[in-house]
Design a protein around this ligand. Structure first.
Ligand SMILES: [Cu+2]
Length: 300
């Protein structure tokens, strides 16, 4: 069996190899037979064709052999499918929430992150859902993917075998910024993971605003370092003068608390010049909004 960065990767790789090998063997056998027949039975060498009727042993062979071959392929596929679909009982559950166009990972203690951190050597069960349209979580290195459907809970599981950082993609075309809907999976040594899991709580309290921008997915489209992304950067935004289009008319406004609230609650009302009107409406409580404004103020 081949070894991969996760338990599932190795299994998929192995059955893929077996099936590919069977297909290549068949291709070679059929091609050779074809060439032999072309040579042996062409019109020059064999001017009068023979009429062959029935050949029981041959018919049995070409019925039984392919059937066994196909059943064998099915067997390898089925065994792995069964394994991949059924997470072990002790798997650590992590909720995955997809939205246009970012990912949120929610752990059992309620913490939310935009990066999926998992311990090596422990089974992890991802419970997937979406807040808007259909997305699909794809971890290429682990050879697993599953749709995230609004109103539905789907799942995936894996056991990270090696430490490392791996890509997470959305693999369902979900709108304009689909190709930017990426995240990272970090497989950490179990002890490091425990440490992170214990200490993160304090950091979260210290920087609630940033945490909210991360978990609500704002940073999927906006940055805090001054570089423009899909939407304008947050750096230096608060208190600045912004040119926006309101009801089709261009005007300038000061980015104050009211402006931020309007932008979050009613994203289409003021559209910043030079950016498309594509921001989704995000559910944010008054308290959360206050935290976000407080944080934006520190980026002045
Ligand atoms: Cu998506």
């Amino acid at each position: 069996m081949i070894l991969g960065p996760s338990n599932v990767a190795g299994k998929i790789e192995t059955s893929f190899l077996i099936i590919t090998a069977a297909c290549v063997a068949l291709l070679v056998a059929v091609t050779i037979t074809m060439l032999v027949f072309i040579y042996k039975y062409n019109r020059r060498r064999n001017p009068v064709p023979e009429d062959i009727e029935e050949n029981l042993p041959l018919e049995v062979v070409w019925t039984v052999l392919p059937t066994l071959l196909v059943l064998g392929m099915f067997y390898f596929g089925w065994v792995d499918f069964d394994y991949i679909r059924n997470p072990p009982k002790d798997a650590m559950p992590i909720d995955v929430i997809a939205r246009q166009w970012s990912w949120t990972f929610r752990y059992q203690d309620g913490r939310q992150t935009d990066t999926l951190r998992v311990p090596v050597g422990k089974p992890v069960k991802l419970v997937l859902t979406s807040e808007d349209v259909i997305h699909s979580l794809f971890i290429p290195a682990y050879r697993i993917k599953e749709d995230c459907v609004p109103g539905l809970k789907t799942h995936l599981w894996f056991n990270a075998d090696q430490t490392g950082t791996f890509d997470i993609f959305c693999t369902e075309y979900c709108g304009l910024e689909h190709s930017h809907m990426r995240a990272k999976l970090i497989a950490m040594p179990a002890a490091d993971f425990e440490r992170w899991y214990e200490t993160k709580e304090e950091a979260k309290r210290a920087n609630k605003g940033l945490e909210l921008l991360t978990t609500k997915g704002c940073l999927g489209c906006h940055t805090i370092d001054g570089s423009p992304k899909v939407g304008p950067t947050f750096k230096g935004l608060f208190g600045s003068t912004v040119t926006v289009t309101t009801n089709g008319k261009e005007r300038t406004v000061t980015a104050d608390e009211e402006y931020v609230e309007r932008s979050v609650r009613n994203p289409g009302a003021d559209v910043v010049k030079g950016y498309p009107n594509i921001m989704p409406r995000l559910p944010v409580t008054d308290e959360e909004l206050k935290e976000i404004v407080d944080y934006l103020e520190t980026l002045k």
